[in-house]
Design a protein around this ligand. Structure first.
Ligand code: SR1
Ligand code: MG
Length: 384
């Protein structure tokens, strides 16, 4: 479905869209957010603030030399609605949708911060991992053939076709890191890691197999970019934002992203010597998986006695997709501050460890327990 859209939403249009929700003036409009794709404004009035998010017809960080469909705002708004029905309270409130201007108005989560920021700074936030585990089970199972009415699901798979954003992931996650692609970015000190990956035929084979599965396994409406920067947190309250990459794809793509990004936080704190917080992050990974399995069992249809096989397969594939996320954040275009903000020595350590962990997950024996998955990503080799 395509809509005629205007190229740019300037701050005055953001103000017009926001006015019904923020009370009387004087109003204040500021551009906030440093996302890769979209332009985000905060508009404040006498009774509070809202966020106006606009998808320009190009990738924000690159500019108009990288055109990009504005249909992503429709995908985002409709995913927020559907996932919001399945996992109530886990997204920001969607206040208004203006597809003509490729803009949406959202609740301003003023008291939340990005989970990655809390993790990087070693701040514990209660209850988040468990809520994200339940959110994954509710949204993934809830949009799968296991739970959703098959006719409705078939209609939804057509509604959520998202070729341009999927193609970004196909390129940046599964392809570029394993070849000499122009988009790749890495430290000079990590050039050896990148060269070794390019020569690593088994890893390339594993990545293209995961690419095939990413393209063909239409299991559920996945978020499609569920890293710790897509989760806002306050004590006891997790909110999942930015589902513009959503499409019907493999469930383990979401869960793999969650655990890989937690692993970056754990490795960061291990290298910094903050062992207590690194152990906290280990607990988060376990809480996430425990809540997910518990919620899957709650939602599981009693007529399908194979939940143990489903969960074993999901765990194994979570490890495989975590592998590609670990690699792409080290040598690909989009990095993570958990690693990039470290000093040279610890940064190189984490870079080596992430790629070694990824190799173990992608090429080693199938993962059978969460402990095994987590240890392969985060256990530090002790020097001989
Ligand atoms: C060019 S877009 C780069 C990355 O930003 C998004 O958050 C996705 O992770 C994408 O891969
Ligand atoms: Mg995003």
């Amino acid at each position: 479905m395509s809509h005629p859209v205007s190229d740019d939403v300037d701050s005055s249009l953001a103000l017009r869209l926001a006015k019904p929700f923020v009370g009387e003036g004087p109003w204040h409009t500021e551009e906030v957010g440093d996302g890769n794709l979209n332009v985000v404004y905060r508009v404040t009035g006498s009774s509070g603030s809202v966020v106006v998010k606009h998808a320009p017809p190009y990738l924000r960080v690159v500019g108009d030399t990288w055109p990009l469909t504005q249909d992503r705002i429709r995908i985002e708004s409709q995913t927020l609605q559907l996932h919001g029905q399945l996992a109530p309270g886990r997204g920001p409130l969607l206040l208004a949708v203006d597809l003509e201007h490729a803009a949406i108005v959202l609740e301003d989560l003023v008291h939340h911060e990005v989970w990655r920021t809390s993790l990087v700074n070693g701040r514990h936030v209660e209850g988040i991992a468990e809520q994200i585990g339940r959110y994954c089970a509710q949204t993934l199972l809830g949009t799968s053939d296991l739970v959703m009415d098959p006719a409705r699901r078939k209609a939804l798979t057509a509604q959520f076709v998202n070729p341009e954003l999927c193609s970004i992931t196909e390129e940046l996650v599964f392809t570029a890191p394993y070849i000499d692609a122009e988009s790749n970015r890495y430290d000079p000190a990590a050039a050896g890691i990148a060269a070794a990956l390019r020569a690593d035929l088994p890893m390339r084979r594993a990545a293209v197999q995961l690419l095939w599965e990413f393209r063909t396994r239409r299991e559920a409406l996945v978020h499609g970019d569920l890293h710790t920067g897509s989760i806002m947190v306050a004590d006891g309250d997790a909110r999942v934002i930015d589902p513009e990459f959503a499409f019907f794809g493999p469930m383990a793509y979401d869960t793999g992203n969650v655990v890989a990004n937690l692993a970056f936080a754990a490795m960061r704190h291990q290298e910094l010597g903050n062992i207590a917080f690194a152990d906290r992050v280990t607990d988060y990974a376990h809480e996430f998986w425990l809540a997910l399995t518990d919620e899957v069992r709650i939602l599981w249809p009693p007529t399908q006695p194979w939940d143990h096989i489903f969960l074993a397969t999901l765990l194994k594939d979570t490890g495989r997709y975590a592998a590609t996320e670990l690699v792409r954040r080290i040598v690909g275009l989009a990095h993570v501050i958990d690693v990039d903000s470290l000093d040279d020595g610890p940064r190189l350590q984490v870079q080596h460890r992430a790629v070694a962990g990824a190799r173990s997950l992608a090429l080693g024996p199938p993962v059978r327990t969460l402990d095994d998955l987590w240890n392969r990503m985060t256990t530090k080799e002790t020097p001989a």
